[in-house]
Design a protein around this ligand. Structure first.
Ligand SMILES: [Zn+2]
Length: 410
């Protein structure tokens, strides 16, 4: 892959050039910058040229070719919020909930996050890798090439490290890890004691290169605003980028904290007042919307329209986890964004590419097919107008990460 490769015979190629120019804000169809009868050239895993095939520079005319068979090419999607490394499932809890059990009853019966913690602590690192690698394959088959994965089902030093190491060992996709030791307070300890113990772990996480990012769940019954602030500031002083599970079930003002701390993203952002929305829209913090979780929890959806119309940079992600969002279906996420949050289709594409990339600090690396960007892309027979419409899974023929084929439809 050290020599240039020409990908030719492309019906339509989505470059996302406009999103780079407008920072994924006030997005319209023209920002997707679709090139017809296109070709592009990749070298050493990066795009070096994109344009109409008829304008392919002479220097590449004799390069090796990959025939894209008249299909359409899209930049790989970015899923910037998942909990993809876990063991066990929550099928019994799901059945109980649907038969009328309350969250308190489920928690009292050993359900909830802590039940996944129990299952995840029990298994080996290799078992976690094997489970998660299959899930990565499912994401790749939908054209998702960059996946953020959080820890947070260990809740003790060795299990949290085991989760991060498992995520780091995953192959084929581009994986970004996030340390979410502050996902829940384990039984037998207080918030203050637990956060102190996490602070002692952070230098080690950094030193081992396991994560450059720290996340916390600010919510009633989990972590409160002032304790979270102190913890996140400490993490930032160590050089971590921060992100927050913010204002999901109650308005805790966590979104305002995210903006004040210049967090990479505020995620969920459902229970916001108009001031919160304005501050978020005016900031560099990405609003990460997770509608599949809202669907499963049967709660309100975020006010995407107001956020977008006020100029926010928005991302969509799966929040894939065994409790509140047990689905990897990216088409479903985009469909909910359209149906339930009235996002326009170009806004959905932007949220799954530029928005997700910016939330991870990778907006100059992934989420677009332009010179300098990673050659992460997929081929489909669907035009962009046909995405996020049906619910059988969009048709992906082949997926590439860094110019390497990582998925091919049989
Ligand atoms: Zn989450």
């Amino acid at each position: 892959m050290t020599h240039p490769i020409v990908y030719s015979n492309i019906a339509e190629l989505m470059t996302m050039k406009g999103l780079q120019a407008n920072d994924g804000r006030h997005v319209g169809a023209k920002d997707l910058a679709v090139v017809k009868k296109a070709a592009f050239v990749a070298e050493k895993g990066r795009v070096v040229w994109v344009g109409r095939e008829s304008r392919l520079p002479t220097v590449f005319r004799s390069s090796k070719r990959v025939d894209c068979q008249g299909l359409n090419v899209f930049p790989g999607f970015v899923d910037c919020h998942t909990h993809m490394v876990f063991a066990g499932d929550r099928v019994n809890e799901f059945e109980k909930r649907n038969q009328g059990a309350s969250y308190q009853e489920i928690a009292a019966a050993g359900g909830g996050i802590l039940s996944t913690v129990k299952a995840t602590r029990k298994v080996s690192k290799q078992a976690l890798v094997d489970l998660a690698q299959q899930r990565v394959g499912k994401h790749l088959s939908q054209g998702v090439t960059t996946i953020e994965i959080k820890s947070g089902y260990g809740l003790n030093p060795q299990s949290e490290i085991k989760m991060l190491q498992a995520a780091k060992a995953l192959k084929k996709a581009r994986v970004v890890t996030t340390y979410l030791g502050a996902h829940a307070i384990p039984s037998g300890t207080t918030q203050a004691q637990y956060l102190e113990s996490l602070k002692r772990e952070l230098p080690k996480i950094k030193q081992l290169g396991l994560s450059q990012r720290v996340d916390i769940f600010i919510e009633k019954g989990y972590f409160d605003l002032s304790a979270a602030k102190e913890y996140l500031v400490f993490a930032q002083e160590l050089g971590f980028a921060v992100t927050i599970h913010a204002d999901q079930l109650n308005r805790t003002q966590a979104t305002q904290l995210a903006v004040a701390l210049r967090a990479k993203s505020a995620d969920h952002v459902i229970c916001l007042n108009s001031k919160d929305k304005k501050r978020l829209a005016d900031s560099e913090t990405v609003a990460v919307l997770l509608p599949a979780a809202d669907f499963y929890l049967e709660c309100d959806y975020p006010d995407a329209r107001t956020l977008i119309d006020s100029g926010a940079c928005v991302a969509l992600a799966s929040d894939y986890n065994p409790g509140s969002s047990p689905t990897q279906n990216i088409e479903f996420v985009g469909l909910l964004a359209r149906l339930q949050m009235k996002m326009a289709l170009p806004e959905v594409f932007s949220a799954l590419t530029y928005g997700g990339a910016k939330a991870l600090g990778l907006e100059g690396e992934v989420g677009a097919l332009l010179p300098g960007f990673r050659a992460d892309f997929f081929l489909s027979n669907q035009s962009w107008e046909q995405f996020f419409y049906g619910l059988g899974g969009h048709d992906v023929f082949r997926t590439y990460v860094g110019g390497r084929k990582v998925f091919s439809k049989k």
